[in-house]
Design a protein around this ligand. Sequence first.
Ligand code: DQA
Length: 149
Amino acid sequence: MSTCLKILVLHGPNLNLLGTREPEIYGTATLADIEIHLIELAAQSEAEVMNFQSNCEGELIDKIHETKEEIQGILLNPAALTHTSVALRDALMATDLPVVEVHLSNTYQRETFRHHSFISDIAVGVICGFGPSSYLLGLQGLLEYLRGE
Ligand code: DQA
């Protein structure tokens, strides 16, 4: 029987507006919809997710510091902080935990400033472009990675 893995799911700035924010890019699913699907997938996979969204870089970093001893991995949509935050990268590196980076949109089809990520090269995997399914694929990948599958 596999052990119950605890995963911290972090959602960066403006993702609280999903559902109404630029729906032509991000779709109409709300953050609550995404969180419910993640909780369901985790339950089916004998895992547990802790969802946390913040518009503040420091609050996301504090959450990593606060939870790092009780979790086994991090699923992260850093949103705009992807392209700007050395501090978030450093916080992730300080944990030694596996990180999977996800994006709803395919950032490589968008403005060039979205093509660079401060997170991708320290992540075990990156998934982008599949809308809310990016999160589910990312969680599945992270759990398989942790279980050595
Ligand atoms: C995003 C892509 C980022 O470039 C953007 O700043 C976001 C959302 C995505 O999920 O597609 O806020 O991370």
